[in-house]
Design a protein around this ligand. Structure first.
Ligand SMILES: *Cc1c(COP(=O)(O)O)cnc(C)c1O
Length: 424
């Protein structure tokens, strides 16, 4: 398609967009009387209008039924989490029994490490990407120390090459191979939070397993953003938060994936609680733990249903639209944003203000290095109703979430950005 950097052209794309009506399903902050242009759905997704109704339903059931709500609410609390399983499994390409929702992301990674990081004297190393999201780094290092190993020795980071802004799959594969039978686990962020790169999860998973290791993925920036086929890729485990592209609300609960082959086992190391034991006998309060025959065996506590409610509301939207349609729009929208950036770069006439550091393997995020610009530009954008995210040294991350972002907003953003650069 031949793009044009005009309002008219952007509007024509909106007119053909089958998802444009979903913009109305979300609540936008307002700055100076105008709805913001929101680029930070990779950090905190917007609130779906229907979330409030789902939360109120629980508040009302709690008021009217109190403890009876566990079994007598219209959506009973004791098995509320089951309602999220089917739509969520579709988002991540899993069997419904391989998915559940519990706790928060870093907590879940720790819990899953109990099952999937079982180092021995010989096989104790973990491969991850360099400069992983800090919480993941702390989590991995503390797990390694907990098992009596030295993170400096046990954690093998895949480096980017000199002068490059992305990781090469061949470098990941080479490191897996050279680590060989010392490799216990591969755990990488499926989409890197900083440069927006999508890792080749299928190929890396296959290589890690061939080396005899477990392979897990942190899907914080992947869930609801890219195509995932966790079951078919034979991933061992994965976890993701729900407040980024999944629009479930600040700090909200995390989803987990545990491959079917580990289900129904009593002898797998796992930290257990009453929400993981068979529901048929759960309330008999017997001393013996009988694992649920699915990922729910990893659940520990009863579900904080007030948090689950907005996630369930959001999942009804994903279920209506489907990942395929979201991804089709995502690709067009992000390409258009890229085109707008390149066009205004030419129009500004200073050589190459924008350097897109996101490689072609990407979801909806573009990370852009701003040469010769600084924090004042970021502040200017904010004052002019554009919410972006600034990372040191000089990178803005732009994630136009396809659920609620229009093509016209990309055009509009380009105009504001150009003015901001020329005036700052
Ligand atoms: C957002 C994000 C987290 C956040 O973890 P919480 O436990 O939900 O605070 C962790 N890891 C990655 C890669 C992230 O992008």
């Amino acid at each position: 398609m031949q793009f044009k950097n005009t309002r008219e052209f952007a509007r024509s794309l909106d007119a053909q967009d089958k998802l444009i009506s979903y913009k109305e399903e979300f609540i936008f902050p307002v700055i100076n009387g105008k709805k913001v242009i929101y680029f930070t759905g990779n950090s905190l997704g917007l609130q779906p209008k229907r979330a409030q109704k789902y939360v109120n339903e629980i508040m009302n059931d709690w008021a009217g039924l109190a403890v009876e709500g566990h079994f007598k609410a219209e959506k009973p609390w004791w098995d509320y989490h089951e309602r999220l399983t089917r739509p969520l499994a579709k988002v991540v390409g899993a069997l419904p029994e391989e998915v559940t929702v519990m706790n928060t992301l870093t907590v879940n990674l720790h819990f899953l490490m109990v099952s999937f990081y079982r180092p021995t004297k010989r096989r104790f190393k973990i491969i991850c990407e360099e400069k992983a999201f800090p919480s993941d780094q702390y989590m991995l290092a503390s797990q390694v120390r907990f098992h009596g190993f030295d993170p400096k020795e046990a954690i093998v980071e895949i480096k980017k090459r000199e002068g490059e802004n992305f990781w090469r799959t061949e470098d990941v594969l080479k490191t897996i191979e050279s680590t060989g039978d010392e490799l216990a686990l591969v755990l990488i962020g499926g989409v890197n939070y900083y440069n927006g790169q999508v890792f080749d999860m299928e190929t890396i998973t296959k290589a890690g397993k061939k080396a005899g290791a477990f392979v897990g993925w942190d899907l914080a920036h992947a869930a609801g953003n890219i195509t995932l086929q966790l079951h078919d890729w034979d991933v061992d485990f994965a976890a993701w938060c729900s407040y980024k592209y999944m629009n479930s609300g600040p700090g909200n609960v995390s989803g987990i994936f545990v491959n079917k082959k580990y289900h129904g086992k009593k002898d797998i190391p796992r930290f257990e609680g009453w929400w993981g034991t068979k529901k048929e006998t759960r309330f008999l309060m017997e001393p013996e733990f009988e694992p649920m025959p699915n990922a729910e065996a990893w659940q520990v506590s009863n579900a904080p249903v007030i948090s689950f409610a907005p996630y369930l509301a959001s999942l009804t939207l994903f279920d209506e639209v489907g990942m395929e349609a979201l991804i089709a729009k995502r690709d067009l929208l992000t390409s258009y944003l890229e085109f707008v950036l390149k066009t205004i770069d030419d129009e500004i006439g200073i050589n190459d203000v924008f350097e897109i550091i996101t490689p072609p393997e990407r979801g909806c995020q573009l990370s852009v290095f701003l040469h010769g610009q600084g924090k004042p530009l970021f502040d200017y954008l904010m004052e002019n109703g554009v919410i972006t995210d600034w990372r040191e040294p000089n990178v803005i991350r732009l994630a136009p979430a396809p659920f609620y972002t229009s093509f016209e907003e990309m055009y509009e953003f380009g105009q504001i950005l150009k003015k901001g650069i020329l005036e700052n």
